[in-house]
Ligand binder design. Sequence first.
Ligand code: NAG
Ligand code: NAG
Ligand code: NAG
Ligand code: NAG
Ligand code: NAG
Ligand code: NAG
Ligand code: NAG
Ligand code: NAG
Ligand code: NAG
Ligand code: NAG
Length: 829
Amino acid sequence: MDSKIQIHIWSIIIISCTITKVHSQNKPFNPSSSDSFILACGSTSDAIDANGRKWSSDTKFLTSPNNSLSATAQSQDPSLPSTIPYMTARIFKSSATYTFSISPNFRHWIRLHFYPSSYENFDSSNSFFSVTAGGFILLDNFSVSITAEALTQAYIIREFSIISLDYGTLNLTITPSSSYNDSFAFINGIEIISMPEIFQSVPMVGFSDENMDTGSYTMQTMFRLNVGGNYIPANNDSGLSRIWYDDSPYIYGAGFGVTSQADSNVSIAYPSDGAKFIAPVDVYSTARSMGPTAKLNQNYNLTWVFEIDVNFTYLVRLHFCDFHLDKVNQMVFSIFINNQTAEAEADVIGWSGGKGVPVYREYAIYVNGRSGDDHLWVALHPNVEVKPEFYDSILNGLEIFKLNDTKLNLAGPNPVPVKVEEQPMQGRPMSPSKSRNHGVIIGSVLGSLAGCCLLLGIIIAFIKHNKKRDRDEFSSTIGWLPIYASSRSSGTRSNSKSSGSSNISSLGGGLCRHFSLAEIRLGTDDFSESRVIGVGGFGKVYKGFIDGNTTKVAIKRANPSSEQGVHEFLNEIDLLSKLRHLHLVSLIGACEENNEMILVYDYMANGTLREHLYKSDNPPLSWEQRLRICIGAARGIHYLHTGAKYTIIHRDVKSTNILLDEKWVAKVSDFGLSKTGYAVNQTHVSTIVKGSFGYLDPEYFRRQQLTDKSDVYSFGVVLFEVLCGRPALNPSLPKEQVSLADWAVSNYRMGTLDEIIDPHIKGEINLECLKHFVETVVKCLCDHGLDRPSMGAVLWNLEYCLQMQNNPNGPKIVAERKANDAYAMYAHC
Ligand SMILES: *[C@@H]1O[C@H](CO)[C@@H](O)[C@H](O)[C@H]1NC(C)=O
Ligand SMILES: *[C@@H]1O[C@H](CO)[C@@H](O)[C@H](O)[C@H]1NC(C)=O
Ligand SMILES: *[C@@H]1O[C@H](CO)[C@@H](O)[C@H](O)[C@H]1NC(C)=O
Ligand SMILES: *[C@@H]1O[C@H](CO)[C@@H](O)[C@H](O)[C@H]1NC(C)=O
Ligand SMILES: *[C@@H]1O[C@H](CO)[C@@H](O)[C@H](O)[C@H]1NC(C)=O
Ligand SMILES: *[C@@H]1O[C@H](CO)[C@@H](O)[C@H](O)[C@H]1NC(C)=O
Ligand SMILES: *[C@@H]1O[C@H](CO)[C@@H](O)[C@H](O)[C@H]1NC(C)=O
Ligand SMILES: *[C@@H]1O[C@H](CO)[C@@H](O)[C@H](O)[C@H]1NC(C)=O
Ligand SMILES: *[C@@H]1O[C@H](CO)[C@@H](O)[C@H](O)[C@H]1NC(C)=O
Ligand SMILES: *[C@@H]1O[C@H](CO)[C@@H](O)[C@H](O)[C@H]1NC(C)=O
C-alpha cells in the first residue's frame, strides 16, 4: 500500500522543490547493456530500423518457441515509420511466455509494438488478447485493430514502466482471449529497457495533506508532449528513448496561446546531472504561453484535454523552464487539474531559481467514473491576486501516467471508433482529439479528419468522372481569371438558388459602367484567339484595351451557347459593382448586348497566385512575398465577411481566384458563387454545395449550411498551397497525398511537415514564424466551423507571422485591438 505522509502544505512545497530540482536517486543509474532488450518479433535475424536502432530476433526469449509461428504482414501502410519491427509478427494460438533476465535494481520500460494487418491466414480484427508482465496486467481483451481504428493510427505503441522486481527475471505472457472462438494473439516488437527511478512522492490534488509514493507503482504512459514544440523521436530523447509529441491536438477549443523558443544565447542548464533523465533540452527550450495581452489572458484558461480510462489514479507531470523572465513574482499562475486547484501560485522562476533552469512539478489525481467524464483537464490561468508583473502562464512539457490499481491492473477497455455519420452536428465543445488517445499516441490523421477522408473518396470518384470538363485543374492553359462552373461539384448547376440572380437592374444602378459590344470588339481585335489568356466552363477571357487603347483590361465573355453561369454572371455584377476594396478585384463594367454577357475587369499583370507557386516557369516567390500576398488576400476576404452591410461569403476561395497586380498586390476575384443577404445575427445560410474540390469545407459538404467559416477553411488550403508549393488536389499522387489539406495536417500531426515545405523557401522561413503560420492553418482546417478562427483572427495571425519573419527579436507586443480580433472567437470554443 502506498505510504501516506502527513505533511503541512508548505513543507510539501519546500520538499518537492528540493526533490525536483536536485534529482535524488537511491541507486546510481549505470545499467549494463545486457539489461536491455529490443526484439523484432517473428524475425529470425537481427535487423536495423530506419532510425538506426538494432532489433534482435525474439526466438531465444520464448520459453516454448514451437507454440507460436512467425508471419509477415500482407500489406505495408505508408505511414509506418519503418518496416522493422512492424512487417513481421509472432502469432500465438495459445498462451506463451517470454522470459528476460533483468537487473533487480532498476525500473524498466516495457514497450509493445503492434501493427494491425493481415498475417497470412490471420486477420488482426479477430485478435483479442491479454498481456501480463511481472504479475501486472498490462493489457486485457485488447484489440489492436479496434484501437488503431479509433485512434486512426497505422500502428500502436504501448509504453509501460515496471517497478524493479527483486527476483531478476521478467516474464511477459501473452494470452489469446477465451471469449472468442478464433482468437489469436500477435505482437510485432518488444522493448525492455532499464531506466533510472524517476518517480517519487507527489501531492494528491484535492487532498492538501496527502502524498503518494509513485515510485512503488507500475505505470502506463498515456501522453507525453513537448508543449509548444515538435515531435521528438526516440533517439533524440535524453537517454531514455522516449517519444515526445506535439501538444496542439490536445488544446481545448482555439485557445492556442503562443509558442516560443529559447533564444540561442540562453542556455538551458539542468540543475543537476540526474535531471537530464527527466526530459531532454528540446522539451525545455520550447514553450506555450497565453499571449501578449494581459486583459485577454485574464479571460481564458490555457487548457489541454485528454481522454483517459476511469477508476485509475493518474500522475500528471508538468515541465517548466522560463527563458525570458528571471525574477520571482514576475509571472504567477494557477494550475487546475480536472477543475481542482493543483497549484494556486505557480512561479517558475521561484521554483527553478533562474532563467533557463528546468524544473518540473507533479500531481496525482484519482479519476472515478461517477461524473461520467473520462476526460482529464489540465488548465493554466494567471493569478492576478498576487499582482505579478505579467498576467500570463507557461508550460514546456506534459506527461500523464496511469498507475496500477489494487488488482495490479493497468488495462482499460478498447476505445470505441467514431462513426463519421454520428458526429454531433452542432458545435460541441471541442475535445481536440475525439478519438481516445490511449497510451503513447502516434500523431496520425485525427479522428476528426475521418470526415475529410470519406469526402476525399467521393471527390476522387467525381474527378475521374468529370475529368474532361475540369479544365481548371487539368488543362495546361491555366487561365488567370476566375473560371466559372469549372471544377465545381456536380448536379448543382441549373437549379442553383444563387442570390442576386433576379437583379439585372443593378447593372444600371451600381458603380458599374456599360460598354457597347462594338467597344469590346474593338478592344479585343474582334475576340481574337491571340488575345485569349484563359478558358473556362463559362467562356473565354481576353486581354483587351478600352478608352482608345490607353487602359489594359481583362474581358471575360460568356460562351453565347452556354446557359451555364447566367446566375453567376449576374451575381458577380451585383456584388462587385457595389464593393470597392484594395484587395478585391475591380469590375470596371459590363456589356449585355445581343445576348452577350461580358465583364470587364482591371488587368492583373502578374496573373494568379497559383501560377507563381507551381507548375509554371515563373521564378519562385520568396517567403516574405508569399506572406504579404496571403495577408492581402485575407484582408479582401475579411472585408467581404465584415465590411459590408451583409456578410458576404465568397464560397470559392482558391489560389486561382487570388490575382496579383503589377505591384504584387493580392486581389480576391470571382464572386460568381458568393452568397449575400445573410444578416449579421444569422449564423448560416442553407444552400446547395458549391465550391472547388480540394478547397471544400467538409462541414459545409455534410450539412449544406454555409457560413463564413467555409471561406476560412478554403483559405487554409490556399495557405498550405503557398507553404508547400503544390496543388490542393493532385490525383496522380498516392492516395493519402492526393488532398493537400489531409496530407499536410497529417504531416503536421506526425511532426514531418518540414519534409513537404516548398524547397524553394524552406531555408528562409523563420522558425517561430513557421510554427505560428502552421498552427494558424491547422486551425483553419478544423473539421468544425466553430473551431476555426474568424478571418479577422487569421489576418492578425498572418501579420504576426510577418512580424516574426522580418524582426524575430523585435518587440512582440501588438496593438490590443488586433489581439482582440484574434481571441474574439476563442470564447466560442
Ligand atoms: C521445436 O520444433 C523443432 C523442429 O520443428 C524441433 O527440432 C524441436 O525439438 C522442437 N522443440 C521443442 C521444445 O519442442
Ligand atoms: C517465468 O516463467 C518461467 C517459465 O514459465 C517459470 O519457470 C518462472 O518461474 C517464471 N518466473 C517468474 C518470476 O514468474
Ligand atoms: C464458439 O464455437 C462454438 C461451437 O462451434 C459455438 O457454440 C459458440 O457459440 C462459439 N462462441 C463464440 C463466442 O463465437
Ligand atoms: C534529432 O537529433 C539530430 C542530431 O542532433 C538532429 O539532426 C535532428 O534534427 C533531430 N531530430 C528532431 C526531429 O529533432
Ligand atoms: C540575445 O541576443 C540578442 C541579440 O544579440 C539580444 O537582443 C538579447 O538581449 C540576448 N538575450 C540575452 C538573454 O542575452
Ligand atoms: C468504476 O468503478 C465503479 C465503482 O467501483 C463501477 O461502478 C464502474 O463500473 C467502474 N467503471 C468502469 C468503467 O470500470
Ligand atoms: C471541468 O470543467 C469543464 C468545463 O467547465 C467541464 O466540461 C468538465 O466536465 C469538467 N471536468 C470535470 C472532471 O469535472
Ligand atoms: C479556469 O479553470 C478553472 C478550473 O476549472 C475555473 O474555475 C475557471 O472559471 C476557469 N477560468 C476561465 C476564465 O475559464
Ligand atoms: C500497485 O502495485 C503495487 C506493487 O508494486 C502495489 O503495492 C500497490 O498496492 C498497487 N496499487 C494500488 C493502488 O493498489
Ligand atoms: C472485449 O472488447 C470488445 C471490443 O471492445 C468488447 O465488445 C467486448 O465486450 C470485450 N469483452 C470482454 C470480455 O470484456
